[in-house]
Design a protein. Structure first.
Length: 650
């Protein structure tokens, strides 16, 4: 019943709501005057018939004043200090006007103290009625609607603006601000009380808070991680809001409140890019990105557009992907001044590549085209070799023939002591460009090696989120599996900067911080989405983590370098690796053997060639697990000795 009344009140036209308020004040003002007389004269001595006309005059004087002061334009359920001040001004004006009229007409027996009483009671009746209605609406909203009860973490300008924006919607009901500044505890901000972070557990229990919105756009990553660690053990769904500039500019809206991402859990801030390194190879130049529609390639394109090249050639074999990235880039600021050329073709088409590079006078190539999904390449070996190895060779030779100045290849941590075909093909591609770098030519070759990027296709984070939302289980391959992580924009910026630092044949390694255990990541995501992990210690939990076993070719722990031969560069996050190279004659021999094996569809021959050509390639993950389980050493030399002794792997 109350819920139906609540809905009818909300759906009433604004004009009718104002008429209701005018009618209420028309009753309240005479009632206030009557109460003022009663307080002054007492019930027994007061003769209301003597002043009957003044009960009619009072609202005639007061209502126009209220209208003029905008009292009826205020939304009662969001009434704040400005509306309260308008009530004070309106009642004061009405009282003074009434007093002037009484003095002008020399009304006998009209006590002067009635005016003071009238002012006080009018403020109470007119203002109090509005705050009563405001409290009534909030009570009904909290009790009889499906709005989620939330707390906003951050009692600053961003939190206040967020609360105001949320109140206009019908999805969330903010009941508290949380702030680490204990001096603010107990204060009221925008009609909402501020609590200390230590009181949040009580809010969850007493007020039914189910979600916490982080509204602190200026804090560092380490500070954000500390807050998330405190919230992790509470049964609340933790979410983060868009930055306030984006929210207020209309770029984002409250429907885009995002879940906590893995970058929030990394606890490290991205190093700002060096503008000189970003612009060196790009600004005012002609640039090509192969694999432009992929996760890394598309982000490279977005970062490149910001640095204002003369021309950007998008090269990809996916029609749909190429259409998407071309559409996105065309909408970016400044793109109308840049020639953007989407080209649909394969990187193995060398004659076309040469013509394109010459026609557009390409200065630098960022080679991001590759098959990267380990299990898929493991089951499609020939396609992986043709794309990752021969495709790279095709683009590199075309660059030499067209006299392209810089060639930057995107590599992977899976190329280090690879245990799968994808990693082996990427390591061979690295060796190829290093071999070409030894040959005379005008092109500077380099490769940039990094680990997992957040948000790329196949990323574990969206997979975990879908599994949690569907009730689980969350699937993790192995309890000990760990990975390096970096955001796509950060990786793309570092790739561009590494290219500017290159000497021909360089292999760059990006500093990606510490490895993160995937099972720990899964547990944090489950808890921060408001659920509990179901395991032996907590059989009543809601979401189970299920271990499925390592997939073919998958490592427990990825590495970024072979050995420890690293040296620094001008950028703290970019390191130069000194690793073994092959002469070009050896590379050519390996390539010819792989060509023949691919033409003969001989997968076993391809594996054998990769096994004998790539130093450190160990294709059997079960074999690697056995060595790790038998050995407690982390010394690479002892590890390799153990491998050599393992039966069947001589």
């Amino acid at each position: 019943m109350l819920g139906a009344i609540h809905n009818q009140l909300f759906q009433m036209h604004r004009r009718y709501k104002r008429l209701v308020m005018v009618a209420a004040d028309t009753i309240m003002i005479p009632l206030a005057l009557l109460s003022a007389f009663a307080m002054r004269l007492g019930i027994e001595e007061f003769e209301p018939e003597r002043f009957i006309w003044w009960f009619l005059v009072a609202p005639v004087v007061a209502i126009p004043a209220f209208i003029r002061l905008g009292l009826y334009r205020a939304v009662v359920r969001y009434m704040g200090p400005q509306a309260a001040f308008a009530v004070l001004k309106g009642v004061t004006f009405a009282t003074i006007s009434l007093m002037i009229l009484v003095l002008m007409f020399r009304v006998p027996g009209f006590p002067r103290s009635v005016f003071i009483n009238f002012w006080l009671i009018s403020v109470l009746y007119v203002g109090g009625s509005r705050f009563f209605i405001r409290a009534y609406f909030h009570w009904l909203t909290r009790s009889y609607t499906d709005r989620s009860i939330i707390a906003i973490y951050g009692a600053g300008g961003a939190g206040l603006q967020l609360a105001s924006a949320i109140k206009d919607g019908g999805e969330y009901l903010p009941v508290a601000f949380i702030d680490d500044n204990n001096a603010l505890s107990g204060s009221i901000l925008g009609g909402i009380q501020i609590y200390s972070s230590s009181q949040l557990e009580g809010l969850v229990k007493d007020q039914g808070v189910t979600q916490v919105f982080l509204a602190m756009p200026s804090i560092s990553a380490s500070e954000r991680q500390a807050i998330l660690n405190r919230l992790e053990d509470l049964p609340v769904y933790v979410r983060s809001v868009p930055s306030m500039p984006d929210l207020l500019s209309g770029k984002l809206n409250l429907e885009e409140v995002r879940d906590i991402e893995i970058e929030d859990l990394l606890g490290r801030d991205a190093v700002p890019p060096f503008d000189t390194l970003l612009s060196k190879c790009i600004q005012g130049k002609s640039v090509m990105v192969t694999g432009a529609a992929g996760s890394i390639g598309s982000e490279l394109c977005r970062q490149i557009i910001k640095v204002r090249p003369k021309c950007l050639v998008l090269f990809d074999i996916s029609e749909f992907g190429l259409y998407n990235i071309n559409s996105q880039l065309s909408l970016m600021e400044g793109s109308e001044e840049i020639e953007i050329v989407p080209l649909l073709s394969s990187i193995r088409h060398k004659p076309l590549l040469v013509k394109v590079l010459r026609y557009y006078k390409v200065d630098v190539i960022y080679h991001a085209a590759a098959y990267k999904h380990v299990p898929l390449v493991e089951h499609n070996i020939i396609a992986g070799v043709r794309n990752n190895v021969f495709g790279t060779l095709s683009v590199a030779k075309a660059a030499i023939e067209a006299k392209v100045k810089d060639f930057v290849m995107i590599s992977t941590d899976k190329a280090v002591r690879p245990t799968n075909v994808m990693g082996a093909t990427k390591r061979l591609a690295e060796l190829m460009i290093q071999g070409l770098a030894l040959e005379p030519g005008a092109t500077t070759f380099c490769a940039v090696r990094f680990g997992n990027v957040l948000g790329s296709s196949g990323s574990v984070v969206p997979l975990f989120r879908r599994q949690i939302e569907s009730g689980g289980p969350v699937t993790v391959t192995h309890p000990e599996v760990s990975r390096y992580f970096m955001t796509i924009p950060e990786a793309a910026q570092l790739v561009i900067q590494a290219g500017a630092l290159a000497r021909s044949g360089d292999i760059f390694v990006l500093d990606m911080g510490e490895r993160l255990k995937i099972v720990d990541l899964a547990g944090k995501m489950i808890r921060l989405m408001g659920f509990e992990v179901k395991d032996e210690d907590n059989p009543l939990g809601s979401i189970e983590i299920k271990f499925t076993g390592l997939r073919p070719g998958e490592k427990l722990r990825e590495e970024l370098m072979i050995g420890d031969n690293l040296s620094g560069t001008e950028h703290s996050k970019i390191l130069r690796a000194r690793e073994m190279r092959l002469e070009w004659d050896e590379i050519e021999q390996i390539s010819e053997e792989l060509y023949r094996a691919c033409d003969n569809f001989d997968n076993e021959k391809i594996r054998a060639i990769l096994l004998h050509s790539i130093v450190g390639y160990r294709p059997d993950h079960e074999f690697v697990d056995a060595i790790l389980n038998e050995s407690t050493t982390t010394d690479i030399a002892e590890f390799d000795t153990n491998i050599a002794k393992f039966p069947g792997r001589q």
